[in-house]
Design a protein around this ligand. Sequence first.
Ligand code: WTA
Length: 650
Amino acid sequence: MPGKVDALLDEKRIFKPSKDISDGSNIQKWMENHGLSSYSELIEAAARSPEWFWDELAGELEWFSPYSDVLKWDPPHAEWFLEGKFNVVHNALDRHAKGPNKDKTAYIWEGESGEVRTLTYLELYKKVNTFANGLKRLGVEKGDVVSIYLPMIPELPIAMLACAKIGAAHSVVFSGFWAKAFRDRINDAGSNVAITADGFKRRGKLIELKEAVDTILSQTPTIERVVVVEHEGLEVSMEEGRDIWWHEVVQGMDYECETEVMDSEDPLFILYTSGTTGKPKGVLHVHGGYSVGIYATLKFVFDLKDNDIWWCAADIGWITGHSYIVYAPLIMGVTSLLYEGTPDYPDPGRFWRMVQDHGVTVLYTAPTTVRMFMKYGEKWPAQYDLSSLRLLGSVGEPINPEAWIWYHKHIGGDRCPVMDTWWQTETGMHLITPLPISTLKPGSAVKPFPTIEADVVDDNGVSLKSGGGHLVIRSPWPSMFRTLYRDPERYVEAYWSKFPGVYLSGDVARLDEDGYFWIQGREDDVLNVAGHRISTAEVESSIVSHHAVAEAAVVGKPSSVKGEEICAFVVLKETSTNLENFQHILKDHVKIEIGPVASPSTVKIVSDLPKTRSGKIMRRVIKAIVRGEDVGDVSTLANPEAVSELKKAF
Ligand code: WTA
């Protein structure tokens, strides 16, 4: 790992956004309107009074009734915009549908088959309202949690907005996870209503979602109703009294539905993410502060203007999609592209053809996608007219300078600045990021957003001017998560106890002499596979749940495309027989237990795993073997011979 950072720090190239871009940027105009003559003046003013900065931005949104105070900080618990009455849906939809944006396109949806549908703000508003009324008829009330398991189809944002409109929290589960992940998240949240679809296509292959959901519904005791979107026209079994088609739910429903008046601090959604244990964490976000934070960052970082066509090419099942496909772009009233399928299907030109055909002006994607296209070669983007692009974005993992340069050159035509945004499910919004007025260094996420006190510290919490350390945030921000659902102790323990009152991100970073942040990756046992957060513990417990397996250790192996790949070392039970093709069986087992994203790319069967004398598996040693690094001193292990076996197996 240190080698990687050192190589990054050798990166000396810098890029400055053109004068046109920086002079015309939202941040520049905002500074002018607030009498600030330079960005450093803004940073200083915002640091002196974060309340001033966030109050100004909150004032750009509509409140049913004003808040009394901007912030109450009782570490590690923050409340923002206290006593304010607010609903994100009023800002994201109602005010546009009733105003000059009503006939503006909110979403251009493109299916994997190439089918295109558009929804104006007014049409989206009506669809959300009819579904919200339908949910009410099904018994959903303010304060309930609705679990959603849908592919990238318009019904996904519609369902989320409908929940938020009536004051129910949504819990969206990525449709690339298998149904068992949906089961666990339903049970953790205690939802009464689930929303899914008959099926969808991925790379032309039909995924029968409802059929998969049917296999888990006997193990979700709280579920009373299941709403099913007819997307592929599949024949599915519908259980009388429990299952109901989406089109039946909305039938005869009114186009108007009153937007629930929520408190700023009322829950908006839960989104589960991987932690260091096998049990996913239910990250909870609220209406008020979350909306203000994502609005401010989208406005300033991606600089969206009225005529932009914004494409955040993430899946809505992740935080990137929640914040920057659903809520923030709608709050800003822009037009977004929503794509159902895979970037390189049916050919590696798909992505670039979509940029060209829809005239995308700002594109936000992940380094893994950029690296995949680098492998296909620049001949693919070169076939399309990408001149509509003005800004590019990157998220999910560190972007290596070569991928950054390729993206900048072959996609951005050397004219589009790349916004490398660092943030997390927990942070809700970008925290360390360039702005379109920043000098960029490829591979660096640049500097903290105004008011964000990011720091790199050693084990004692002391700031480091050089060298890698824990990336922490020292003060609250509006769209921070408020707790872990039904697990308030874990919220404190996992994030705020190593350095009391300071947020521990779980990432390692380094600062350079200009105060630029270079994010290196996770410091815990969380892997980052193609931008997806996967916990090693979760994969291990899935492997161990196979009846033939005694023990397993999972580690990440660097990959030139995916960032990391999952490598599993497995010890079988002595009684296990008939093990032909067992690697494949285990890969499939994990696919079904968690989902294809968590399936190991390598499975090695070994007779023992290196352990300490107290019986702990030494992942550090296994990691070193997989990376071809020196394993260090292994003499204190209980079974040093396991190391040589692993080396041979690898
Ligand atoms: C990683 C995704 C480097 C990081 C928004 C973080 C990044 C985890 C970047 C959060 C970036 C995200 N540079 N690493 N620009 N953005 N990460 O919760 O390890 O799915 O902790 O949120 O992704 O992943 P999550």
